[in-house]
Design a binder for this molecule. Structure first.
Ligand code: GLN
Ligand code: ZN
Length: 756
């Protein structure tokens, strides 16, 4: 086999379209407004443009099959014949695929969960005893043919068998999916033959699972699989890509196989083992030196030095992004509102491609060939180092002072007594998680404000009317601790980012979150400070309408970091403390304004958990420290709540206890209160509100059903410590569903109280 080497590439690209064209087209297709032909035309156009741009920018190998109508794991399940039996009756291929992703009236969708430690969600394939793998390569072969017809040097990308199986879920009593690895490898072998026949020179096989501790034997499995695939005679050259961390022993394992290239992420880790793997000397090392998942401009000089240090370790070094640029916006070009300095620090998707090409050119032709680009990069690095917005000495001193004084509150018992005296709550108090339905009126008002049809004062009046309606509703329902309903918030992170110094909001910085859903994460570029109170007027207005306590509603530091693009020039822990101080100042102002209960949401606590076990304790340490920094500025009589959701809490359960919130509401409606046993097992003794109903479904649970959940909870937690609440915010639900469900929830609490 003669292998054409490549020198510059990316591991994958965004696919939603520079103006979210794919989102619009798929949603139109789902709504029946356009037909499949039209949808496919949009998709083909986006692929063509992407490939043309990558080629024009100077990449000499272009990833294909990274396009997806919904998700690459679901694509892989379809490729391998591993869609669940409940969708296989749907004759049309694309409709079958969408049914698996989204469900329909008769079919439950597959589950969705976070892709490693990113904010992208993948569809979790189900592997049951009846799953029989078979090859369905039409999509990958189609994209390959399409690209070749456009004279693109195309490199098909597929998810590798180890990652596919480790991220899948066993159903119907099947053994762990990874036990099917040998059998699945045969299907990959067949695929490689087909790709070679179709003219593919290279194939990229993604194995990010190698950077995790999901399976301790993953390196050994990789050696088996890639020895087998590498031993095939009819195949493209194989490039195994690892990303999101250090592959550890996986690197040497891959190097011992006959694959031609191995990719490592040199941004999220230093991958120190490279020099000590002798077998790399016969391979291409694909060096991910340009950050594929954050938006900072690459320090070209530092990257070049890194590349130079690798030259002796491998037969060839190719330049690449650390991972797919799926995780960053398309291009900086539409961001016209930035000052020059800020702009010079950034690189979005298109700019990153140019950086890759520049670095590859420097390797090929020498540093002088790209001297101008290196100068510009150096200037940006220097300006970022000295910009006063990134170095607020007073802020840093203040944080050091608070940390030195300790971020503890009074003892849990002292707090309980002080809060009881102030709040006089009955046992099993009822509350909600914060948001009420985002009604048509709210959306209309927001759109009108953006369009300039109404002014700020009119907008505020309309939101106040919403708050008043939500307060009246809660009083009528008989809830104990009320909320203002969050009508003024578009998003629980962006709302705060817009009011804090050190952040900026992009105008078109969309990234795919899942399927057609896109988010626009704010950019946290500098030291974070709070110029003025952010929520006090809403909370006090709501409180003025009722004698019941109204909860102040804030987002916690970890969640704000998790859902933003965060500066990479200092440890996350330091940035978290700055955000925490801003939240702390807000809690102090809320308390001074008479608010007696404050909730600091941390739904993303589990998300930022590092992929390697050895890094987890340090993360949880700073995450808990930041939460305590945020919540320890108030008196013992002010009740601090937190809310957690979206995940299995097993690994972070100890940290939940360490947050030391007075009340923790936690998603449990779907996990049947197991979380309470877990909390008990570690001696958690504060109050807890395990969600008694699932807000992700339109179903209205009956009072009896929720009462049964509460009685079950009372087996684990005494009545004095048990709160009654839904499992998350209500903003995505319809008003009728919410009213009925909450009425039943209050009735359930009454039933159970009467029996306590
Ligand atoms: N307070 C937020 C709400 O109710 C919490 C949202 C969340 O947990 N994701 O909407
Ligand atoms: Zn939630």
């Amino acid at each position: 086999m003669t292998v054409q080497p490549f020198t510059a590439t990316v591991l994958g690209s965004p696919r939603i379209g520079p103006r979210r064209e794919l989102k619009r087209a798929t949603e139109n297709y789902w709504a029946g407004r356009i037909d499949q032909d039209e949808l496919q035309k949009v998709a083909a156009g986006l692929r063509r443009d992407t490939w043309a741009e990558l080629t024009a920018a100077g990449l000499d190998s272009v990833p294909v099959n990274t396009f997806s109508y919904y998700d690459q794991m679901l694509d892989t399940a379809a490729l391998l014949g591993a869609l669940p039996a409940r969708v296989t009756g749907i004759a049309d291929e694309l409709d079958r695929y969408f049914a698996a992703a989204r469900g329909n009236a008769d079919i439950a969708p597959l589950e969705m969960t976070k892709w490693f430690d990113t904010n992208y969600h993948y569809i979790v394939p189900e592997i049951g005893p009846d799953t029989s793998f078979s090859l369905h390569p039409a999509k990958v072969l189609g994209e390959l043919a399409e690209a070749r017809a456009q004279s693109i040097n195309a490199r098909p990308v597929i998810i590798g068998p180890i990652t596919f199986l480790l991220l899948s879920k066993a159903v119907d009593g099947a053994s762990p999916p990874i036990s099917r690895l040998a059998e699945l490898t045969d299907v990959y072998a067949e695929l490689l033959g087909k790709l070679a026949d179709a003219g593919a020179q290279w194939v990229q096989i993604d194995e990010p699972a190698l950077v995790t501790d999901i399976a301790p034997d993953a390196p050994a499995l990789a050696e088996q699989v890639y020895s087998r695939l590498g031993g095939l005679t009819n195949r493209p050259a194989i490039f195994v890509a690892t990303y999101f961390g250090d592959p550890g022993a996986g690197l040497a394992a891959l190097a011992r196989t006959p694959v031609e290239a191995i990719g490592v992420d040199l941004v999220s880790s230093s991958v120190t083992a490279i020099a000590s793997v002798p077998q790399l000397a016969s391979k291409t090392l694909v060096a991910g030196v340009v950050d594929g998942r954050n938006i900072w401009r690459t320090d070209l000089q530092a990257a070049l030095a890194k590349l130079a240090s690798l030259l002796g370790s491998a037969a060839a070094v190719a330049v690449s992004t650390s991972c797919s640029t799926l995780h960053v916006p398309y291009s900086l070009e539409p961001e016209t509102g930035l000052d020059d300095a800020l702009r010079s620090w950034l690189a979005f998707g298109a700019e990153k491609v140019t950086e890759v090409a520049t670095l590859a050119r420097a390797l090929r032709e020498g540093r002088e060939a790209v001297a101008a680009q290196i100068d510009a990069s150096n200037a940006a690095v220097a300006s970022r180092k000295t910009d006063p917005r990134l170095n607020n000495a007073a802020l840093r001193a203040q944080i050091a002072e608070i940390t030195a004084a300790g971020v503890q509150r009074g003892s849990a018992e002292a707090r309980r007594v002080a809060q009881e005296e102030r709040l006089h709550l009955q046992p099993l108090p009822t509350t909600t998680i914060g948001s009420f339905p985002q009604t048509v009126e709210i959306r209309k008002a927001r759109a009108a404000l953006v369009a300039g049809e109404i002014d700020d004062a009119e907008y505020t009046d309309r939101m106040k009317a919403e708050v008043a309606a939500v307060i009246t509703l809660q009083e009528n329902l008989g809830l104990d601790v009320l909320v203002h309903g969050e009508p003024e918030r578009n998003d629980m992170v962006q709302y705060f980012a817009e009011q804090l110094e050190g952040f900026f909001a992009t105008s078109n910085g969309w990234v795919q979150s899942y399927g057609s859903r896109c988010v626009r994460p704010p950019v946290l570029f500098g030291d974070v400070t709070r110029p003025e109170p952010m929520t006090v007027q809403w909370a006090t207005y709501a409180q003025s309408l009722t004698d019941k306590p109204v909860k102040g509603m804030l987002t916690g530091p970890v969640t704000i970091l998790a859902w933003s693009f965060v500066r990479d020039d200092q440890p996350l822990a330091d940035t978290a403390d700055q955000v925490a101080l801003a939240i702390r100042e807000e809690t102090v102002d809320l308390e001074a304004a008479g608010i007696a209960v404050i909730q600091v949401d941390e739904p993303a606590l589990r998300e930022l958990l590092p992929l390697r076990d050895t890094d987890k304790a340090a993360y949880l340490d700073w995450a808990v420290g930041a939460f305590r920094m945020a919540t320890s500025g108030v008196s013992d009589a002010t009740q601090i709540h937190t809310h957690l959701c979206y995940s299995e809490f097993g690994e972070v359960i100890g940290a939940i206890a360490d947050l030391d919130a007075d009340v923790t509401s936690i998603e449990a409606a779907r996990s049947h209160m197991e979380v309470l046993d877990d909390l008990n097992a570690i001696g958690f003794a504060n109050a807890v509100g395990p969600g008694v109903y699932d807000i992700h479904s339109p179903r209205v649970p009956s009072a009896d059903e929720m009462a049964a959940s509460l009685r079950e909870a009372l087996d684990a937690v005494p009545a004095q410590r048990l709160w009654v609440n839904p499992d998350c915010g209500l903003k995505t639900r319809k008003p009728d569903e919410v009213n009925a469900s909450l009425a039943n929830m209050v009735a359930a609490a009454q039933q159970v109280r009467a029996g306590v």
